[in-house]
Design a protein around this ligand. Sequence first.
Ligand code: SF4
Ligand code: F3S
Ligand code: FES
Length: 231
Amino acid sequence: MKVHFRIKRFNPERDSKSYWGDYDVDADPLDRVLDGLHQIKWYIDGTLALRRSCAHGICGSDTMLINGRNRLACKVLIKDVGRRITVEPMRGLPVIKDLVVDMEPFFAQYRSVLPYLINTDPPPAQERLQSPEDRARYDDTTKCILCAACTTSCPIYWANGEYVGPAAIVNAHRFIFDSRDQAGEERLGILAERSGAFRCRTIFNCTDACPRGIEVTRAIQDVKRALIGRL
Ligand code: SF4
Ligand code: F3S
Ligand code: FES
């Protein structure tokens, strides 16, 4: 089938503002949007810049706005988005070139919540045991692939880039509710700040955007409840 792509282009070395590029490609309905973008890059215009790695929904590097929604280009089939496909970079992060955004502000917020296990007890001979019930408390938030689809679909984040954002809260949740971790209080202290969890207005765009099906808003609510519990 013939598919028409409209892609938001921007080269900071040449353009004063972004513009739309139009491209027609032959595609199979079962091709992914990423395949169409590859066709454009490899056979029509090699200057098109996009980020991708695994091509199988694992690495989280190819989030972009596809027909107005944050999606992983490697997980969206052309048959599901139609013959006219609009592709733009994620919102809320600076565009480096075309579909490539600067992820550093996103990862700085991720790092700010201490997203790793902290336990100062001497390590046991084998492993730190945990009951299945305790493991289940944070199972959902272990699935995050740091694709930024949630944070860059949140209007609160668009309006104020200081907001730590849903992805950082999801990754804080993953350790706050881990019975083996000892830094939950410290993380809650970070998320109690002005740029923290109470910035969230329960808009749910983040949950709709998550390609891993994580209940992002629910995780944020868990964290808010824990914050209220320490008042
Ligand atoms: Fe991506 Fe979901 Fe993780 Fe947000 S919570 S960064 S949308 S995988
Ligand atoms: Fe934003 Fe999600 Fe909260 S979209 S306002 S972080 S529920
Ligand atoms: Fe890795 Fe799409 S390229 S998730």
